[in-house]
Design a protein around this ligand. Structure first.
Ligand code: MG
Length: 284
């Protein structure tokens, strides 16, 4: 299932406002599978009564309302209480950073205020000379948990989505600490939806392609089996430090091929079995 968070588009809201109040409100739902390119806008959206991440463990209740995907504006599919991220988790990316692979997961946090949705602008701050994209497979937690064993990680994962761990590379180097470099507003695009059908933990995790395109040119192309620490190990590690809440995310690291973004670029993180997250780039 593909879980989304959305508003109806302004033109649809205008028509709707004649018979309904508060038409601009945030809604939750699911999108039927399949569809590529122009077919995507015709996919059917089933609206839910409430946020499925607030009723963890319960099946979301449909309202009976359906939309075409083209009638809605997708928002970041979850509102995380925290964004956990992992650095240097692909061997070839660690190498391009002139760095060894860490002996345990290199964990950091991005502020929830950095999260934006599909189609929202990434804003390059004036204080940085170089801001990079980092396409990353992202784990979405479905259940409040602490000290989860790697073997049980699957039971606390709601699904997976795409994220872009946007990074001011020069500030990352000059600061040493990464909070500023990784923490600007708009530096964490997430979406387009949470795919609940992938099996990336357990004995035989699927191998999933993670790629990033800038202006339709492929810049990164990795597979999740190149990860140093697996999804299950990362959930175990993060939850050994902090309580994870439904809707929290873990960005699992980026493959090789990082590079800079410029004003006017369009950047897409594409993950096999999930979908594509596209954001335009602008300057402050
Ligand atoms: Mg990263």
């Amino acid at each position: 299932m593909r879980l989304i968070r959305y508003r109806v588009r302004p033109d649809v809201a205008q028509i709707l406002s004649q018979r309904e109040d508060n038409v601009d409100r945030i809604r939750w739902g699911s999108v039927e599978p399949g569809g590529y390119g122009s077919q995507l806008s015709r996919l059917k959206v089933t609206e839910f009564e409430s946020d499925p991440f607030l009723v963890s463990g319960l099946a979301p209740q449909p309202t009976g309302q359906k939309w075409d995907l083209g009638q809605v504006e997708l928002l970041a599919p979850i509102v995380p209480s925290k964004v956990v991220a992992i650095g240097k988790n692909y061997v070839d990316h660690a190498a391009e950073m002139d760095s060894d692979v860490p002996s345990s997961p290199l964990m950091f946090l991005k502020p929830p205020s950095s999260v934006i949705g599909p189609g929202d602008e990434i804003v390059l701050p004036n204080v940085s000379e170089r801001v990079d994209y980092e396409g990353e497979l992202t784990v979405v937690i479905g259940k409040r948990c602490r000290n989860v064993a790697a073997a049980d990680a699957g039971s606390v994962i709601a699904g997976y989505t795409c994220a872009n761990d946007v990074t001011a590379r020069d500030l990352q180097k000059s600061d040493g600490q990464w909070s500023r470099a990784k923490g600007f507003d708009t530096f964490c695009p997430i979406g387009p939806w949470v795919e609940t059908g992938l099996e990336l933990t357990g004995e035989h995790p699927e191998e999933v392609g993670v790629s990033t395109e800038v202006n339709d040119e492929i810049k990164q192309a990795g597979v999740t089996t190149q990860m140093v620490f697996s999804v299950a190990e990362l959930v175990a590690y993060a939850s050994s430090v902090m309580t994870l809440e439904p809707g929290d995310v873990i960005l699992t690291g980026t493959p090789a091929g990082i590079g800079p973004l410029s004003d006017g670029d369009s950047v897409t993180v594409r993950i096999e079995g999930i979908g594509a997250l596209t954001n335009p780039v602008t300057v402050e």
